[in-house]
Design a protein around this ligand. Structure first.
Ligand code: SF4
Length: 240
């Protein structure tokens, strides 16, 4: 059974949620420009890119190509670049920094300690993210309240940091996301058909079993509290 058959279950108020999301994106494009969508090429992000394209909004999409993505994700990136109306930008880490880190700590350093995992995320994700967001007033993410306890309070627009974060799917359920993918025939990452709920780097992402928590597919060897890569952690927590 594929991800659509398994997950596509719209909420009763799906149509209202969709209308609110479309309105939010249109408003963000006019009031928060310049802004970009950050895409991991996971289910939520392909929905948002599809909405940006169908609404013909002037919002570029960017992907952090960490050098450790699955072949399935790289293939979807190529297809998205070819099909998207909105420009799809790719940001890669500084090669020298990656070579030095891997040379010093090895390819599996992330499993040895949280500081080493965070150093890898810093080199491969946070530094390219800073470049991607340079000069931007806001950015769009696929965060949803349902994803984890840490995300339960995610607002539609987060203005607590200097750069606003727009979370158009904050109120969507996993069933809503897959319903949208199904009815719009959105191209999605085939890893979802292999029970990957979230898409990330290959060494740090795994399939989950029925009943396992949504985020248990990421950094599964760490404590729950340590499990963000820094992209969506408030500054004071990143330093901790
Ligand atoms: S998710 Fe894993 S491989 Fe990717 S940057 Fe972070 S530690 Fe490195």
């Amino acid at each position: 059974m594929g991800a659509i058959d398994l997950n596509a279950r719209p909420s009763k108020d799906f149509e209202a949620k969709l209308a609110a999301t479309q309105k939010l994106l249109v408003r963000a494009a006019s009031e928060l420009a310049p802004l970009k969508q950050a895409s991991s090429l996971g289910a939520e992000d392909v929905v948002i890119t599809h909405l940006i394209n169908s609404l013909a909004l002037d919002i570029p999409v960017f992907v952090l190509e960490t050098g450790a993505l699955h072949p399935e994700t790289l293939a979807l990136l190529e297809r998205t670049q070819a099909a998207s109306r909105a420009p799809v930008e790719v940001y890669r880490p500084v090669q020298e920094a990656v070579v030095q880190f891997v040379g010093r700590e090895g390819r599996e350093a992330m499993y040895r300690s949280i500081p080493l995992r965070k150093e890898c995320c810093s080199i491969r994700k946070l530094e390219p993210l800073a470049r991607a967001l340079e000069g931007q007033k806001a950015w769009i993410t696929g965060l949803r309240k349902e994803q984890s306890a840490a995300r339960a309070d995610v607002p539609a627009i987060d203005t607590t940091e200097a750069r606003a974060k727009v979370n158009p799917l904050a109120d969507w359920t996993w069933g809503d996301v897959w319903h949208y993918i199904a009815i719009n025939a959105v191209d999605y990452n085939p890893l979802h058909d292999q029970f990957f709920p979230s898409i990330g780097c290959a060494p740090c992402t795994r399939a989950i079993s029925l009943g396992e928590d949504f985020r248990s597919g990421r950094w599964w060897w760490e404590d729950e509290a340590a499990k963000e890569c820094g992209l969506h952690v408030k500054k004071e927590k990143v330093a901790a």
